[in-house]
Design a protein around this ligand. Sequence first.
Ligand SMILES: Cc1cc2nc3c(=O)[nH]c(=O)nc-3n(C[C@H](O)[C@H](O)[C@H](O)COP(=O)(O)O)c2cc1C
Length: 228
Amino acid sequence: MSEEEITLIIQAFVDAAIQAKQLGFNGIEIQGAHGYLVDQFFWDKTNTRTDRYGGDLIKRTQFATELIQAIRTAVGPDYPIAIRLSQWKMSDYYVKPLDTPEKLEQFLHVLVQAGIDIFHCSTRRFWEPEYEGSELGFAGWVKKLTGKPTIAVGSVGLDDEFTSLYTEGKGAGHKDLDDLLHRLDQQEFDLVAVGRALLADPAWAVKIRDGRVNEIQAFSPESLATLL
Ligand SMILES: Cc1cc2nc3c(=O)[nH]c(=O)nc-3n(C[C@H](O)[C@H](O)[C@H](O)COP(=O)(O)O)c2cc1C
């Protein structure tokens, strides 16, 4: 991507943010996870640039920080900007580019300085410890290191791992939410995002709220087929 193209792309993100605000949305979220464009700049395996958008960890945040600053200038100081982050990539579930809390802190610091308010911390299983020696998951570490509100996501309400849903049709039943609720009580993270459990049962959140956990629907073969 040329520098001119980068400028155009940033402007397109800014235009989208302005439109979202004008339409009445309460905030916006930048997709910076899973190997999408912003994440391609973050990761040294995909960012081999030798200009100011490539190089060490901090230099690889240059595209994101310019993007965040441009959106912040356009939407004003009081409009929430979230960013979705993940260690894993669609091309590699097991990669962990930020392999120490110190690297994660350096990385997050520049994003906070640029204007991020909320971190949406994408994992495949929210309960898995991010680093040895602590039970904290990715969202827990990000909150601890930044003090910012964080969103946890990854197999909330599901029994098994992400891929087995496709390969074996497992992972679709609901599991108890005690660990999730405990972590919320401990303020490990502030918000919870739910994906597939809601696809299986659109009334999932209402049933949780009303204590009707036993009525939650698992995936049926028909609903599973809609995901494939
Ligand atoms: C069929 C499917 C498509 C997805 N597509 C996207 C996507 O385009 N962008 C994205 O950020 N996440 C995508 N995800 C990931 C979800 O946003 C979410 O992080 C993931 O499903 C974990 O939440 P869950 O375990 O509650 O489903 C997708 C997930 C599924 C199952």
